[in-house]
Design a binder for this molecule. Structure first.
Ligand code: HAM
Length: 421
């Protein structure tokens, strides 16, 4: 029987692989400009890291983690997201003591055993950034700004930024009680999921998509009633700095997030090219996480975006990647050996070069040269070897010339630079 890939886990190749490369290049370029450094954390961590960080009552922890007991009887889980591992690494490597403020970005696979559908996978990839050790509202604004600059650079403009303030943990306690008291008499009219949310996580009722629930949510008490002046002023600074940076946003007082660690600012970016799963990126503050894992009281903020979802939103690049370099056609055994050495030498000099390693006719090699979209084809046959003068064909314009074999690597490099500029 044929073995097939697991449901919700994809092979990434062709145009998608190229899009992933473009996103990764844009991420490295933009985030390093903003002062973020790369952090690579393990794909496997102790399960408890996630249950404590994300919340034992969240869907991710309750239903979606790939978890198992390893050979040393440790309960482990494939990471469902990146933030928990970053906080663990920050504390375990004592960055909190040595550096205080740390700015990290990460790129990698995450795993959630969700029901697969368009835009929702079981192995998916995220690009994320985290700033740890800061309470500054400007850090929130900087994260959102970095995300929008990245999306513009990756060719995915047209997104919408939504913003909300969830308040501190203490403020949320009062808010939670008020919501529970408000929704309790409506229990019978709520959808089945919301009835469960009423006991498990009342905040999640706020972003229920079912029409009859929304009608009830509409009149629920707003968080603003429970915010102290300090949280209001923090949020005001986030809003003002986004305005001064020219980042358009909308406020959504009903936006809550599916992970329990959020406090204060939360945000979500959606894109019209995505269907039902329109969240392209999401993030916010998680001010209690560092201290919950044994660090000092210190704030943190970050976001992550789904790379598969971003691939659906990206435009073709304005400057498509440069066509390939040189294809070397060889006619006869002696020419093949010379071509084999030449291709190696071109590659050593930074030129993309290829050839047919089982060469047949001139025609079939020229077909391959076309397929590899080479800018130049170099033809090596008996005559060329004898004269030391090699034939070069410019594939774009179709012209042909003869060049000195000894100087061919240099000449081709120069021609390629010119044809690419
Ligand atoms: P999240 O909202 O769970 O947040 O995920 C962030 C993004 O990952 C989503 O907006 C979506 O694009 C993508 N994503 C999530 N689940 C899937 C899936 N099953 N298939 C495809 N894409 C998916 C977090 O993960 C937080 N760690 C973000 C964060 C960082 N908050 C603070 N720092």
């Amino acid at each position: 029987m044929k073995i097939q890939r697991l449901r919700g886990m994809h092979d990434i190749f062709g145009d998608d692989a190229l899009k992933f490369q473009r996103m990764e290049a844009a991420a490295r370029s933009v985030f390093s400009r903003f002062g973020f450094e790369e952090l690579r954390t393990p794909l496997l961590e102790e399960k408890e890291l996630f249950s404590r960080a994300l919340g034992t009552d969240t869907d991710v922890v309750q239903k979606e983690m790939y978890e198992f007991t390893d050979r040393s009887k440790t309960q482990v889980a494939m990471r469902p997201e990146g933030t928990a591992g970053v906080v663990r690494a920050y504390l375990e490597n004592e960055f909190d003591k040595k550096e205080g403020l740390c700015k990290f970005y990460y790129i990698g696979a995450m795993f959630r055993s969700e029901r697969p559908q368009a835009g929702r996978l079981r192995q998916f990839h995220q690009i994320g950034v985290e700033q740890l050790g800061t309470d500054s509202p400007y850090a929130d604004a900087e994260c959102i700004h970095a995300l929008t600059v990245f999306l513009d650079e990756a060719g995915a403009s047209g997104y919408k930024v939504k913003l909300n303030n969830l308040g501190t943990m203490e403020e949320r306690k009062d808010f939670r009680e008020a919501l529970a008291a408000y929704f309790a008499p409506h229990r019978a009219a709520l959808c089945e999921d919301c009835r469960e949310r009423l006991t498990r996580n009342v905040f999640r009722l706020l972003d229920c998509k079912v029409e009859s629930c929304r009608a009830i949510v509409k009149d629920s008490p707003p968080i603003t009633l429970y915010l102290m002046p300090a949280s209001k002023s923090h949020f005001e600074k986030v809003r003002a700095s986004l305005k001064s940076l020219g980042v358009p946003f909308e406020e959504d007082p009903f936006m809550v997030r599916g992970l329990d660690y959020y406090t204060m600012t939360v945000f979500e970016l959606s894109h019209p090219k995505l269907g039902a799963q329109d969240a392209l990126a999401a993030g916010g503050r998680y001010d209690r996480l560092i201290s919950a894992f044994g660090g000092d009281e210190a704030g943190a903020v970050g976001f992550a975006l789904g790379m598969e979802r971003l691939a659906l939103c990206m435009k073709e690049p304005e400057h498509p990647p440069l066509e390939n370099g040189v294809f070397v056609v060889s006619l006869g055994e002696e020419a093949f050996q010379e071509a084999f050495r030449l291709v190696a030498s071109l590659r050593a000099h930074g030129v993309q070069a290829s050839m047919d390693l089982s060469p047949k006719s001139m025609k079939s090699q020229m077909r391959l040269a076309d397929k590899t979209k080479s800018a130049f084809t170099l033809i090596l046959g008996e005559n060329e070897l004898k004269s030391g003068q090699w034939t070069v064909k410019n594939m774009k314009v179709g012209s042909q010339e003869t060049i000195d074999g000894k100087d061919c690597v240099n000449l081709l490099r120069k021609r390629l630079v010119r044809s690419h500029s």
